[in-house]
Design a protein around this ligand. Structure first.
Ligand code: FES
Length: 184
């Protein structure tokens, strides 16, 4: 299908590419889950415990702020049996409690309590926190990248905006001020 399309330069793209589940899944795996995506603005989660859900493809990501002020992007998938640990689209929490068997996760995604697991010798809570996406706060905007090996945020953005902004010069100051929104 791709080859057929390439033989017709100047023609509108075939409707197949808009409807195909194969193309959709390929776009998710090759593009959406491997790119830096805008997820929220810092003003939407100003206080510790504030969170917002961000739906990306068929996944859900919890954008949250922990007690130390850091922003986290947590995959909304319990490490026990895969249930969503949070269904409300936004709010303020001290923890995220899985509704299925009650595992409790901290705001940074680490596992706090796992019921009836303490007696197991092979159970290591430090290995079973929520998975995380890469997160970058830039000029008050929160970007995430689901690919742990994804490109550095500034490298990716600098390629898109050559000469528009001196991003590397601005970045450290903006990162320092991102969560406070103070003018530079
Ligand atoms: S699926 Fe979350 S605690 Fe079992």
């Amino acid at each position: 299908m791709v080859a057929a399309q390439q033989e017709k330069p100047g023609y509108a793209i075939s409707s197949y590419f808009y409807r195909s589940p194969v193309v959709y899944q390929t776009e998710l795996s090759q593009l959406i889950y491997r790119s830096w995506i805008y997820a929220a603005h810092v003003s939407e989660i100003p206080s510790p415990g504030d969170y917002q859900l961000f739906e990306i493809g068929e996944d859900s990501v919890i954008i949250t702020r922990s007690a130390d002020g850091k922003v986290h992007a947590l995959m909304n998938i319990c490490r026990h049996r895969g249930a969503r640990v949070c269904e409300e689209p936004s709010g303020n929490r001290k923890t995220f409690v899985c509704p299925y068997h009650g595992w409790v996760f901290n705001l940074d995604g680490s596992l706090r309590v796992a019921r009836e697991m303490a007696s197991r010798d092979d159970f290591d809570p430090s290995e079973l926190g929520l998975k995380t996406a890469k997160v970058e706060v830039f000029m008050g905007m929160i970007y995430i990248n689901c690919d742990p090996d994804g490109a550095d945020f500034l490298e990716a953005v600098s390629g898109e905006l050559p000469g528009v902004l001196s991003l590397r010069h601005l970045s450290s100051r903006l990162r320092q001020n991102a969560h406070t929104q103070r003018p530079l």
